[in-house]
Design a protein around this ligand. Structure first.
Ligand code: NAD
Ligand code: TDX
Length: 332
C-alpha cells in the first residue's frame, strides 16, 4: 500500500484519478487543493474517509507543501490553472500555480526523495495542420501557443531539469483533451451540453473546424496509474485514445443525441491564437507499458456524459451564469 499526494484532486481530472485509485488499488490519498473557482469538494463526495483526506492549500506555499510531500510515497501533480481562455484574459495565476507551484513541489520532492509524477498536456507541442498526417510523439519539439500552454511547457522543463540535475525520481505524461463527468462548464463539451440543456444554442469559435483528440477521463486515470506503477524514471509518456474530432462534429453530435436539429448552433468570435489541431501518438505507452484505453466509442461516452450533466444540475448550475457572462463580454 502506498500513500499518494494528489495535487488538484478536487478538479475535473484529479478527482477522477482519486476515484479511480480508490476503486482499483489499496492506496490512501491526500488531496492538496486550493479550491479555486475550478475546484469542488463535491467532486470527492462518497469516498471513504479512512482512505481520502482533503487539505485545502496552495501548491506554491512551501510551508503547506513540505510536510505533505514528506509523508507521501508518491506525488501525482494535477493542480494547475487549466483554461486557455482565462490565460488570455489574465495570465498571472498561470505563472503562480503552473510554474512556481510546480517548482515548490519539486523542491519538496527533492528534499524528501519522493517519487513524482507530473500531469501535463499535448498543448506544449503547439498545433498541427488539419491535413497533416503527423501526430505528436515524445520527441516532437515544444512550441506552445498560449499563456496556459507555455506555463505547462515551462513546468515540464522544470521537471526534466530536476530529474537530471538533482536526481528527482519523476515521470511526465502529456495527455490530449479529456471529457467526462465533473468537468467545469467553462470547457467546450460541458459548456455546449449545459447550453443545450438550458435551451441555449451551442457556441463554436471561428469556423468550428479546429480538431481536438478526445479521451475519456477514466482512460487518462488508468494511464497515469500505469505510469506510476511501471513508468521509467526520467521518461515522458504521451496519453491519447485516437479520438480526433473537429469541434463542429462534436457540437452536431451533442445536438443529435439531445434530439435537436444538428445545425442549431452559433459561430462566435474565435479564440486569439487558437490552435488548429492536436493529435497524439501513444504508441510508447501502449507498447512499453501495456496500457490501452477502454472507451472505444466516443458517441456512447458523450451520451453518458450528457446524462450526467442532465442528472447533476446542482453540481454545475452555481457556476454557469458567471461563465456565460465572461464569454458574453468577449462576444463568445
Ligand atoms: P481543473 O481546472 O478542472 O482543476 C484544477 C484543480 O487544481 C482545481 O481543483 C483547483 O482548485 C486546483 N488548483 C489550482 N490552483 C491551485 C493551487 N495553486 N494550489 C492547489 N490547487 C490548485 O483542471 P483539469 O482539467 O482537471 O486539469 C488537471 C491537470 O490536467 C492540469 O495540470 C492540466 O494541465 C492537465 N490536463 C488537462 C487536460 C484537459 O483536457 N482538461 C488535458 C491534458 C492535461
Ligand atoms: O465555447 C467554446 N467554443 C469552442 O468552439 C469553447 C469553450 C471552446 N471552443 C473550442 C476551442 C477548442 O478548439 O473547443 C476546443 C476545446 O476548447 P477547451 O475546452 O477550452 O479546451 P482546449 O483549449 O483544447 O484545452 C483543453 O485540452 C488541453 C484543456 O482545457 C486543457 O487544460 C488541456 O491542457
Amino acid at each position: 500500500m502506498s500513500r499518494l499526494l494528489v495535487t488538484g484532486g478536487a478538479g475535473f481530472i484529479g478527482s477522477n484519478f482519486v476515484h479511480h485509485v480508490i476503486a482499483h488499488t489499496d492506496h490512501t490519498v491526500t488531496v492538496l487543493d486550493k479550491l479555486t473557482y475550478a475546484g469542488n469538494e463535491a467532486s470527492l463526495a462518497g469516498l471513504p474517509e479512512d482512505r481520502v483526506r482533503l487539505v485545502v492549500g496552495d501548491i506554491a506555499d512551501a510551508a503547506v507543501v513540505d510536510p505533505l510531500v514528506a509523508e507521501a510515497d508518491a506525488v501525482v501533480h494535477y493542480a494547475a490553472e487549466s483554461h486557455n481562455d482565462n490565460s488570455l484574459h489574465d495570465p498571472r495565476p498561470f505563472l503562480d500555480t503552473n510554474i512556481i507551484g510546480t517548482y515548490t513541489l519539486l523542491e519538496a520532492a527533492r528534499r524528501h526523495d519522493v517519487r513524482f509524477h507530473h500531469i501535463s498536456t499535448d498543448e506544449v507541442y503547439g498545433d498541427l495542420e488539419l491535413d497533416d498526417p503527423a501526430r505528436f510523439t515524445e520527441s516532437t519539439p515544444y512550441n506552445p501557443s498560449s499563456p496556459y500552454s507555455s506555463t505547462k511547457a515551462g513546468s515540464d522543463l522544470l521537471v526534466r531539469a530536476w530529474v537530471r540535475s538533482f536526481g528527482v525520481r519523476a515521470t511526465i505524461s502529456n495527455c490530449s483533451n479529456n471529457y467526462g463527468p465533473y468537468q467545469h462548464v467553462e470547457k467546450f463539451i460541458p459548456r455546449q451540453i449545459t447550453n443545450v440543456l438550458r435551451g441555449v444554442r451551442p457556441k463554436l469559435y471561428g469556423t468550428g473546424e479546429n480538431v481536438r483528440d478526445w479521451i475519456h477521463a477514466d482512460d487518462h486515470s488508468s494511464a497515469v496509474l500505469t505510469i506510476l506503477d511501471k513508468g521509467e524514471i526520467g521518461e515522458t509518456y504521451l496519453i491519447g485514445a485516437d479520438g480526433e474530432k473537429d469541434n463542429k462534429s462534436v457540437v452536431e453530435l451533442i445536438l443529435q443525441i439531445t434530439g435537436n436539429p444538428t445545425d442549431a448552433y452559433d459561430l462566435v468570435t474565435d479564440r486569439p491564437g487558437h490552435d488548429l489541431r492536436y493529435a497524439i501518438d501513444s504508441t510508447k505507452l501502449r507498447t512499453e507499458l501495456g496500457w490501452k484505453p477502454t472507451y472505444g466509442d466516443f458517441e456512447s461516452g458523450l451520451a453518458a456524459t450528457i446524462d450526467w450533466y442532465r442528472e447533476n444540475e446542482a453540481w454545475w448550475a452555481p457556476t454557469k451564469d458567471g461563465v456565460e457572462a465572461f464569454y458574453a463580454s468577449k462576444g463568445q
